[in-house]
Design a protein around this ligand. Structure first.
Ligand code: ADP
Length: 491
C-alpha cells in the first residue's frame, strides 16, 4: 500500500508513561508501522515523572511556546523531542509540556496522593489535543492519519471535522477504544466552552446531560477500532458493558473494526529479555527454572521443584477479577501452589493483598506498585499466569505468558476468548486453561486442572509449547491496521 504519514496521539506510550495496555499498544503498533515503511510520529504529554535525561528528551526551538486557546484564554505548549526504537525501526516522539497541566503531575489521570482523578482532566487533555494540531501546523507536517486512543484524545476527530477542517483537508482519523468504560465524562459547563468548538458541535459531545469525549469521538472518527473481536461484539451488543455507548457504535457499525492487539516481540521475548535472570526459548525450557528460582527469591518464597508458581500482574480493579480473587482467597490457600502477585489500584484490594501476603508468607508474595522489571520476571518465572477478569478488552499478559511458556489460566471473556484456547488432553490441543462462570468454584477448578496437568510433564510441556508457538506479534497484526487506514482514507 501507499506509504502514509501517521501521527499517534496518546496519553500513554511505553516506556515514557504507562498504566496499562494502551501504552504497549501505541509503541508496539507505531514501531511495526514504521518497519513497514510508513512515516510514523507520536505525541504524548510530558508528565512530571518522565525523566528527560533517561529518555533523551530535548527542546526544539521552533516548538517552544506554541499558543493554544483554552476557552477565552491562551495557554502555551512547549513541545519537546525524543524517539523510541527497536531493532527494526525508530519513531520520532514529541512530548507536550506545560507547567500546570503536566510538568508537576506525578500521575497520568489520577493524583497519586489522593487516589482521585485530577479535577482539571478535561482541560488538560483539551489542551493536549489542541497541541497536536498546533504541532502539525508549526512543522508544516500534515498527516494522512491521526490515530487517537481512548477518551483523552477522542475530541481530535471532532476538531478535524469542524474548526480545523480547512487547515487539514487531507487528514483522516482513527480512534482506538482500549477500554470503553473510561469515557471522559465531565460537566457540560464549563467543559464545552473550554473546547472552543462551535455551538453546532454541542449535541455531538452531549450524552446524558454531560460532556462525553468518547461518544463524540465514536460519532466523528473516520474509522473506529477496538482491541479484540469478542470485545467488539460485546460492546456493540451489551449496553451495560459499553457504559451506554452501544447505540453510537451501532450507528457507526460500518466503520467499526475490532482487531486483536499484537505484542512487541522485541521487548516481550524470553530469548532476548534483558530483565529476566536467564534467557531461554522453546528448545531450552530447562532454563526457565532459573527464572522461577530468581522470582521466588525476590518474593522471599521457598523454591520447591514440584510446586507450581501462579503469577499475576494487574491493575487492582473489579474488572480484572479482584473481587473474585478476594472471595476465593481461603480456597486458593488450599491448593498446592504459590502465588506471586504484582499490582496497584483500588485501595481495598491493595490492603487485601498486603494482608494475604503477610498472613501467609510461605505461600504468597505480593508487591504493590508498578514495576516493569518485576513484571518481566513474573512472566518468565511463574509456571502459570492467572487472569480471572470480569471483562477484558484484549489483555496482553496472557499473550506475554504464552510467549514465555507460562500457562495462562483465564476467564472466558473479551480478548481472552480470542487468544487462549482451552487445553484438551486427549487431542493435545489448546494453549491454556479457560473457565467460564465468574465464580469461586470455576476459578478453583481451573487452577486444580492446571496443577494436575503440571504434574503430568508430557502433557504440560505440550501445553507450554502450544502456547509458545502462537504468533501474536505486531508484525502479523499490523496489516489489519493498514486496511483500516485505507478504509479511513476513503470514508
Ligand atoms: P489493561 O490495559 O486493562 O490494564 P492489559 O492486559 O491490556 O490490561 O495491559 C496491562 C499492561 O500493564 C501489561 O503490559 C502489564 O504487564 C502491565 N501492568 C499492569 N500492572 C502492572 C504493574 N503493577 N507493574 C508493571 N506492569 C503492570
Amino acid at each position: 500500500m501507499k506509504k502514509l504519514k501517521i501521527l499517534f496521539v496518546t496519553s500513554e506510550a511505553f516506556p515514557y508513561a504507562k498504566t496499562g495496555g494502551i501504552a504497549d499498544f501505541t509503541t508496539g503498533l507505531a514501531l511495526a508501522l514504521r518497519a513497514r515503511g510508513h512515516e510514523v510520529r507520536m505525541l504524548l504529554p510530558r508528565y512530571g515523572f518522565i525523566s528527560e535525561r533517561k529518555n533523551r528528551i530535548h527542546e526544539v526551538r521552533r516548538l517552544k511556546e506554541l499558543p493554544i486557546p483554552i476557552g477565552d484564554r491562551i495557554e502555551y505548549a512547549s513541545i519537546k523531542s525524543s524517539s523510541i526504537q527497536n531493532p527494526k525501526a525508530k519513531v520520532q516522539v514529541y512530548l507536550t509540556t506545560h507547567p500546570e497541566y503536566f510538568d508537576h503531575r506525578w500521575g497520568i489521570y489520577t493524583d497519586p496522593d489522593t487516589g482521585e482523578p485530577y479535577k482539571d482532566n478535561h482541560e488538560r487533555f483539551i489542551f493536549f489535543m489542541l497541541s497536536a494540531l498546533e504541532l502539525c501546523r508549526t512543522l508544516d507536517w500534515y498527516p494522512d492519519i491521526i490515530h487517537c486512543n481512548d477518551w483523552a484524545t477522542a475530541l481530535l476527530p471532532v476538531y478535524l471535522r469542524t474548526l480545523f477542517r480547512d487547515q487539514f483537508p487531507r487528514t483522516h482519523t482513527v480512534l482506538t477504544i482500549h477500554n470503553i468504560r473510561s469515557q471522559g465524562i465531565f460537566p457540560l459547563s464549563p467543559t464545552f466552552a473550554l473546547t472552543g468548538l462551535p455551538q453546532s458541535a454541542k449535541e455531538l459531545l452531549t450524552h446524558r446531560r454531560k460532556c462525553n469525549f468518547l461518544k463524540a469521538g465514536i460519532l466523528t472518527a473516520h474509522a473506529i477500532t477496538t482491541v479484540s473481536p469478542t470485545y467488539g461484539k460485546q460492546i456493540l451488543e451489551d449496553n451495560k458493558l459499553s457504559g451506554g455507548l452501544s447505540q453510537f457504535l451501532q450507528q457507526r457499525k460500518d466503520h467499526f473494526y475490532p482487531i486483536l492487539n499484537g505484542i512487541d516481540t522485541t521487548i516481550w521475548n524470553p530469548r532476548k529479555d534483558k530483565w529476566i535472570a536467564k534467557n531461554y526459548d522453546i528448545h531450552s525450557l530447562d532454563r526457565k527454572e532459573v527464572n522461577k528460582k530468581a522470582l521466588l527469591e525476590k518474593a522471599r518464597l521457598e523454591y520447591y521443584p514440584e510446586r507450581p508458581v501462579v503469577g499475576m500482574i494487574s491493575r487492582l480493579t473489579p474488572e480484572k477479577g479482584l473481587d473474585l480473587l478476594q472471595k476465593a482467597a481461603p480456597e486458593l490457600l488450599q491448593l498446592n501452589c504459590q502465588y506471586v502477585i504484582l499490582g496497584s489500584g483500588e485501595k481495598p484490594y491493595e490492603e487485601f493483598l498486603k494482608a494475604f501476603a503477610t498472613e501467609h508468607p510461605e505461600q504468597v508474595g505480593v508487591r504493590i506498585g508498578f514495576d516493569e522489571v518485576l513484571a518481566h520476571l513474573i512472566t518468565a518465572g511463574a509456571d502459570m499466569y492467572l487472569m480471572p477478569s470480569r471483562s477484558e478488552p484484549c489483555g496482553l499478559n496472557q499473550m506475554y505468558s504464552m510467549a514465555y511458556g507460562t500457562v495462562p489460566v483465564v476467564r472466558a471473556t473479551g480478548g481472552l476468548i480470542d487468544t487462549v484456547q482451552d487445553f484438551d488432553p486427549e487431542k493435545k490441543t489448546g494453549t491454556g486453561i479457560v473457565f467460564k462462570p465468574y465464580t469461586v468454584k470455576a476459578l478453583i477448578e481451573a487452577l486444580q486442572r492446571a496443577i494436575e496437568l503440571y504434574h503430568n510433564k508430557s502433557l504440560w510441556y505440550t501445553l507450554i509449547r502450544n502456547g509458545m508457538k502462537q504468533d501474536n506479534s505486531w508484525e502479523t497484526r499490523v496489516k489489519e491496521y493498514e486496511k483500516v487506514y485505507a478504509a479511513a482514507l476513503t470514508a
